[in-house]
Write a protein of this length. Structure first.
Length: 444
């Protein structure tokens, strides 16, 4: 019999979700390492993305919850000698995950290795298809090549994929390519395919980043020995713990939002094992079945999640865990949101890199942002208010000042059109300080 549970309003679900994501406590007084560590623990995973029009995406969720903190703090946690995070795949996307979750990924690493050779395995459990298809081609065309790459990194690592090519041979884009999934879109070379395969299967890990390019090394030379020596969990145990992390971070969610294979869940799992993990946690009382107003699918509430007032103000990355599931964002906030970076310019409605603005427990505006580093300016090309929202100009101006401080930018420029942009400009100017020398302009 399907679980049903009590019905809760969308307002309660929204506040529960915001509280679970760390927006119910207010920002800490200091953006120190403890505050950064706590914020990461609340979100559970930080998606990595190469777009740098404002700043790299993984920095932004921490800023939204902590405020002005040194980005170098997160760098040290992710890639420093005493790291507390590691890189791996969240679904098919790269992410930073707390080290405590590393043992939970070992079953996925083994699945990735099997998947390369077994076409019957479900593609939603392990390696990106570009790695699977690329390895199948590479093994047929260049047997022994992957072992050569691994040996080179063993002897000379840490290395980038380009540095790990044993013979320096580069495939041309016009070379025959049996499957577009082999990395052709990204112009992956054979050494890149090999290193990504070794990374997916756990033989290599990411030692650091150079201009955001991955640097690979042997896992045992990067991660703590006691972590790697820890007893291995069964696949079922690991899956249950991954669902726990997702449920704790989301507060209330459907199966698809917790662990569906859509790429917009915390830790995507195969459907059958996802249902089993959720059933086990429901039987244990850790997940409480509920019905959320307006949501047809069964929802589950984390047993410790609370409904409490939310007095938040934050600009949210397009890749923030609060909003990365666009359907969930729509039904919780009545906010239809799609990222525009892949949309042709004439078809963009709200701008290129659009950050929703959270005020209280509502998403009240869409703020297109850009960091012009040559002129040390935070630029607001487009600003769009949601219908029937409260006045948000003053808190948004404060948030833009805070972001400019955080990014080390001296000016704020508002070239957006309209009355709202003019009001924002006036407020930014009024609240600027001589020490900051922030300027603002807008077309009225």
């Amino acid at each position: 019999m399907a679980a049903v549970g009590d019905e809760i309003s969308v307002g309660v679900a929204r506040r529960v979700a915001l509280g679970a994501q760390g927006f119910g406590d207010g920002r800490p007084k200091r953006g120190d390492v403890r505050a950064v560590r706590k914020a990461i623990g609340r979100v559970g995973v930080l998606q990595l993305d190469s777009v740098n029009v404002l700043t790299r995406s993984h920095y932004l969720p921490v800023f939204s919850r902590v405020g002005n903190y040194p980005r170098a703090t997160l760098d040290k946690l992710a890639w420093g000698a005493d790291r507390e995070l590691f890189e791996y795949f969240w679904g098919h996307k790269a992410a930073l995950i707390p080290l405590t979750a590393y043992p939970l990924m070992r079953w996925r690493m083994r699945a990735a290795e099997r998947q390369v050779w077994d076409e019957e395995l479900s593609p939603d459990v392990s390696a990106p298809w570009s790695v699977v298809a690329g390895m199948r081609r590479l093994t047929a065309e260049r047997p022994g090549y992957v072992d050569q790459v691994l040996q080179m990194i063993t002897e000379k690592g840490p290395l980038t994929a380009g540095e790990a090519s044993p013979d320096g041979v580069r495939r041309k884009r016009t070379d025959p390519d049996p499957d577009p999934g082999t990395g052709r879109m990204w112009n992956w070379q054979d050494a890149k395919i090999a290193t990504e395969y070794l990374f997916c299967t756990g033989q290599l890990t990411i030692a650091g980043r150079r201009h955001f390019e991955r640097i690979y090394d042997l896992t045992e030379r990067v991660l703590p020995a006691d972590l790697l020596a820890a007893p291995e969990l069964t696949a079922d145990e690991a899956r249950r713990e991954l669902v726990r992390i997702a449920a704790r971070g989301l507060g209330v969610a459907t199966l698809k939002e917790l662990c569906g294979g859509s790429g917009q869940a915390h830790f995507p799992l195969p459907a059958a094992t996802a249902r089993q993990a959720i059933g086990d946690l429901t039987d244990a009382g850790e997940l409480i079945p509920v019905r959320v107003e307006g949501v047809k699918q069964q929802s589950y509430r984390w047993h410790e999640a609370k409904d409490r007032p939310i007095d938040a103000h934050a600009l949210l990355s397009p890749f923030d865990p609060l909003i990365w599931n666009r359907d969930r964002t729509h039904h919780l906030f009545d906010f239809f949101y799609r990222i525009s970076i892949y949309t042709p310019a004439p078809q963009r409605i709200h701008g290129y890199y659009v950050l929703p603005f959270l005020l209280g427990d509502q998403l009240v505006a869409r703020v297109d942002l850009k960091a012009d580093r040559q002129t040390s300016t935070l630029v607001v090309p487009t600003l769009t208010a949601e219908p029937d929202t409260p006045d948000f100009v003053e808190p948004l101006a404060a948030e833009l000042h805070l972001m400019a401080d955080w990014l080390g930018l001296d000016h704020i420029h508002v070239p957006a059109d309209g009355k709202l942009a003019g009001q924002l400009t006036d407020r930014i100017r009024v609240t600027s300080t001589p020490a900051r020398t922030v300027t603002a302009e807008a077309k009225r």
